[in-house]
Write a protein of this length. Sequence first.
Length: 191
Amino acid sequence: MRIGVLALQGDVREHLSALAAVGADAVRVRRPSELDDVDALVIPGGESTTIGKLLVTFELLEPVRKRVRDGMPAFGSCAGMILLADRVLDGTADQIGIGGIDMTVRRNAFGRQVDSWESDVAFDGEPLHAVFIRAPWVEQCGDDVEVLARAADRIVAVRQGSLIATAFHPELTGDRRVHALFVSMVKEQAT
Ligand code: GLN
């Protein structure tokens, strides 16, 4: 079982080491052939508009969309959450997404109040320290979407089938529970 980290922009290295810390074989994905070699994909935090444009440049947009449609597990943090959303508010005019999760996210939603902040969120019933950087929130989600965490009365982590997304950055803290959850989802799917 091998997990790819989309390595076009953003905190790629942090996701690679978080995945390695929970025992996963994690590799960078920058080409379609590298995507073919992984069982799951992490889409890192960074800048969703930039990652979207680079997905087109690197001829990865359609291949990633297809893998997600075909059931490949994926985990997006922050910009990655925006990319996995079916609908985006406050995007740029040319905002490009992958989609997959039946949700509407608002880009830079908390950012209008404060750019970067930290908070403990209840994740699976246990407190988890979460770092938010110009984070989106989930404004609306469909019936098939399970809410995993809220902060400031907003939905900040969700799961739909084999897709998970967090508005915060689990790759930037030492707490590996979100990565561990993702790896266990990938293992389940593989068996
Ligand atoms: N605001 C960024 C975006 O729109 C996301 C920020 C982040 O990933 N830290 O993509």
